[in-house]
Design a binder for this molecule. Structure first.
Ligand code: PLP
Length: 424
């Protein structure tokens, strides 16, 4: 039996507006943060890879499976109607969250990687031809490199790369220098997952649109660290992934302007994306359903809806301010550690700190941190070309989320001192 009162409770709890930023109270809402690893309190600084989930999201997922689960859209029975309503309701929430003009501009997919592939293969069919250029930056995640390289091989498009500055900043003049009459798409990250660099996306859009070029923003990190308004930014596509935004894994979101989506052909065919199927021909549904073939990530979407309620109730601006404060606190203490070198120091960067210790291998640093209970990421962070650009094999990355606090930073610093003690 479904229990609408319970659904409302879950959502209300997630959506309760808070008066102040009480990080201790927020921490208490993330069950996993109270666990220990190796007998030490967990210090979770791997938010850039995936964020932990608040109880409201966990409860919503559980509630959906326990009380409101059925397949969506086609069912004639009560539960299917309830699940459809919950699933479709998330489109409205996401549209409000990013200030999209219409809920029909919100397409669900598996993750941001799938979303970028969707744009490459669907929008790319009519809009990218041999010799056309797609511009990316040196600091892209593989998810915004490889799909375009595949189109280079398949269609003969040309992938051009905008160089970044040594401190990791985006350079508008270098960007403009790469534009040509053949540029069809600028596809850049909003915030670098390695350097924390925030790309001046409004200026990028203004320059690109001035030349009639579309802009895709990989918002996997951007949506987490600041409040996003797609109309204000003015881009054509904005892509993000739910699991970094405190929601479940298995759900990604594409926002694209209605007229662009309407002109895009489907890229995966099957159930749920059609208008009429016969052996003599098939017609396709309108967006967004045209792009959501097969059973969608129903419960993942419901969980993401609650995650969006949750962060909205806290306030993205307050989250950003909190994270910036932690970034400043952590950076100043880390700069005291001998032979520690930051990779990425662009002004106004988001709370993602990549570093190396010049005389110690990054994996050794991360292994010692792990034993101290401090979870960080190490390696190339799915940005191998960026590692080459910065002249490192890999980095250690501490990335902050809404629940991190000064004690987490202190634990990181103490663990880094331990690295020095152990490995010289
Ligand atoms: N783009 C950026 C900037 C990212 O940080 C990530 C994940 O780390 C991705 C794309 C890929 O995300 P997903 O694995 O959810 O598709």
């Amino acid at each position: 039996m479904t229990n609408p009162a319970m659904t409302n409770n879950v959502v209300n709890l997630a959506g309760q507006r808070r008066n102040t930023y009480d990080v201790d109270a927020l921490r208490a809402e993330f069950p996993i943060l109270s666990r220990e690893v190796y007998g030490k309190p967990l210090v979770y600084l791997d938010n850039g890879a995936s964020a932990q989930k608040p109880r409201a999201v966990i409860d919503a997922v559980r509630h959906a499976y326990e009380h409101e689960y059925a397949n969506v859209h086609r069912g004639a029975h009560y539960l299917s109607g309830a699940a459809t309503e919950a699933y479709e309701g998330v489109r409205d929430k996401i549209a409000t969250f990013i200030n999209a003009p219409s809920r029909d501009e919100i397409v669900f997919a598996k993750n941001v990687t799938e979303v970028i592939n969707l744009v490459a293969y669907s929008w790319g069919v009519d809009n990218l031809h041999a010799g056309d250029e797609v511009l990316i930056t040196e600091m892209e995640h593989h998810a915004n490199i490889v799909p375009w390289q595949m189109l280079e091989q398949q269609k003969g498009i040309v992938l051009k790369v905008i160089p970044i500055a040594d401190d990791g900043s985006f350079q508008l003049d270098a960007f403009e220098a790469q534009l040509s009459d053949r540029t069809k798409l600028v596809s850049v990250t909003h915030v670098s997952n390695v350097l924390g660099t925030v790309v001046p996306v409004k200026q990028v859009v203004e320059i690109a649109h001035g030349r009639g070029i579309n802009v895709l923003l990989d918002g996997a990190q951007g949506i987490v660290h600041e409040s996003v308004d797609v109309q204000d930014i003015g881009c054509d596509f904005y892509a993000f992934t739910g699991h970094k935004l405190y929601g479940p894994s298995g759900i990604g979101v594409l926002w694209a302007r209605a007229e662009i989506l309407e002109a895009m052909p489907p890229w995966i065919g099957g159930g749920d994306m059609i208008e009429k199927v016969s052996f003599s021909g098939t017609t396709f549904a309108e967006p967004p359903h045209r792009f959501e073939a097969g059973t969608p990530p129903i419960v993942q979407a419901i969980g993401l809806g609650v995650a969006v309620d949750y962060v909205s109730a806290i306030g993205m601006d307050l989250i950003a301010a909190h994270e910036h404060e932690l970034l400043t606190y952590a950076s100043s203490q880390m700069s005291e550690i001998e032979k520690l070198r930051f990779i990425g120091t662009a002004e106004g960067k988001a709370a993602i700190i990549s570093f190396v210790m010049d005389d110690i291998h990054a994996y050794d640093v991360a292994a010692i941190l792990d034993r101290e209970g401090v979870a960080v990421r190490v390696g190339h962070h799915c940005a191998e070309p960026l590692m080459d650009r910065m002249g490192v094999e890999g980095t250690v990355r501490a990335s902050f989320g809404l629940y991190n606090n000064h004690a987490d930073v202190d634990a990181l610093i103490a663990a880094l001192h331990r690295v020095r003690e152990k490995l010289g």
